[in-house]
Design a protein. Structure first.
Length: 61
């Protein structure tokens, strides 16, 4: 396939007309573990309530 303008590139997925060439990611043998802690709604409510109740006169909500 021939690119009709100098602004296009031929790629494995077809012709790209403009823009940066996309990154190519390859799988590895590296293992990754992600954990998200449980939500503790009572703790968050207490924290917010404490912040509101201890607001100083020069602080805005």
């Amino acid at each position: 396939m021939i690119c009709p303008t100098p602004l296009c590139r031929e790629t494995p997925g077809g012709i790209r007309k403009v823009g940066r060439q996309p990154k190519v990611y390859e799988p590895t043998d590296t293992q990754l573990t992600v954990s998200i802690p449980d939500r503790r709604h009572e703790f968050l409510a207490d924290l917010l309530l404490d912040a509101v109740l201890t607001e100083g006169p020069d602080e805005s909500p």
